[in-house]
Design a protein around this ligand. Sequence first.
Ligand SMILES: *Cc1c(COP(=O)(O)O)cnc(C)c1O
Length: 463
Amino acid sequence: MKYISTRGEAEKLDFEGVTLTGLARDGGLYVPESLPKFSVDKIRRFRGKPYADVAFEVIQPFVAGCVSDADLKAMLDATYGTAFRHPAVAPLVQMDANDWLLELFHGPTLAFKDFALQLLGRFFDHFTAKRGEKLTILGATSGDTGSAAIEGCRGRDNVMIYMLHPKGRVSDVQRRQMTTVLEDNVVNIAVEGNFDDCQALVKACFNDLDFRDRVGLTAVNSINWARVMAQVVYYFTSAAALGAPDREISYTVPTGNFGDIFAGYIAKGMGLPIRQLVVATNKNDILARTLKTGSYRADGVFATLSPSMDIQVSSNFERLIFDLAGRDAAEVRSYMETLSVEKGFDLKADHLEKLRASFAASQADDDVTRAMMKRVYEASGYVADPHTAVGIASAEACNTDKSVPMVTLSTAHPAKFGGAVKEATGVDPDLPAHMADLLSREERLITLPNDVAALQARIMQGM
Ligand SMILES: *Cc1c(COP(=O)(O)O)cnc(C)c1O
C-alpha cells in the first residue's frame, strides 16, 4: 500500500514512512492511494470475533509490506488484549429501541484517543528498532491527546516524548494524567503562555527543517494516518455486532479535528454499509455551518463543556476535501491557499453536494449539553460525559430513519469531566480503580518560558 499527499507535491510513502513523517513535507496529509474493499462475506465473519482479531483483518492491508503478519498480530494482541479494561474493548450499550452508545473510554487515559495512540507507540518502537534510529515526539495539548500520547510512548526504548501544556490552564486531572508518568523518556513541559503559544512553539520546531532532521522530530496529532487507521476498526466491530453487512447502520460522532468521523467514512469506503454519518459539534460549529452553507470559515475558539472539541478549523477535513474534489490535489492546494489568506473558503457546488451526500451535522451548545446529560441520567441512570452528550443530542436532531440503528460514539469517561457532569446530573463520577490515587501521586514536570530557543536547547539535551 502506498500513500499520497492531499497536496500532490510530496513523495509517495509506504506505511512506515507515513507513520514516522506525520505531516507531508508539502503541508498536506497522507491518504492511501486506494482503499481495500471487503466483501459482505468477510464483514459477516467479523461477528463474534475478538476485537484484536477484527483489528488484524482491517489493518493488515494498510500495513502490508512494512509489518509482518506475525508482528502485527503480536502488537494488536498486546494493545487490545491488555491495555483496555473492558473485555469487549469497545462495548455497545443500548439506550433505546434502536439507539446505542459505543463506549470508547476503557483505555488507560479514559478517552477514545487511546485506541490509536496505544498502537502508534508500538509502531514507533517497531520501526525505530528496525532502523536503529531514535525518534523525538513533540506535541502540545490542551486536553486528551497529551496524556494518551504519553501513555502510548512511556518506557519505549528509542522514543523521547516532549509534551507542552499551558502552565496553570489544564485541569488537575488532565495535568496529572501526564505529569505522574515518571519514565525517563517522558518530559512534561509547562509553558509560560497559553495553548496557542504552545502550538506555535511546536510549529516553529517543525518548520526548522535542520532541527527537525537533527532530532528526528515526529508528530502524534491526528494528522498521523496511523491514528485514523486504528479508529476504522471499531466501526467494523460495532456494525457487525448490530447486523452489518445485512443491514445498514448509522453513526454520530462528537467531532473536533474530524479524525474520528473520517475513520467512519473510510470504513464506508471499504464496504461497510453506513447509512448516515452525523458530525456532532459544540458551539465551535465550523463543520455544521459548512454543511448548511457551503462556506468553511474560521470563527475564533469558544471554551465549552466539551473542551476536546474546541477547535477553530478541523485539520483532517483536508482529507475529505481531497475526495470531494475527485482527488485533484491542485483543487486542494487552491482551497488551502484561500483558507490561509482569507481564513475561509466556499466549497464549489458539486463538492458541497458530495459532502451532503455522505454527512449530516448538528450543533449542541452548553445548555443543550447539560440538559442532555440530565435527561439521559434521569431516564436511564446512565452517566454520559459532555462530549458524548453533544453526540446524543446531534443524533436525535439528525436521525431520519428510526428503523436504522443509530450508534453514537461515547468518546470520554464521565470522570474525566467530573465537574460538568456533577453540575448537570448531581452525580460525581468516580475515577476507575487504576486511577483512584491519581491526585496523590508524585508529579514530574519542568517549566519553560515561551521561547523556541529554550525549548530546542532542552530537547537537544535529551539526545
Ligand atoms: C479528541 C476528542 C474528540 C474529537 O475527535 P476528533 O477526531 O478530533 O474529531 C471528541 N471527544 C473527545 C473526548 C476527544 O478527546
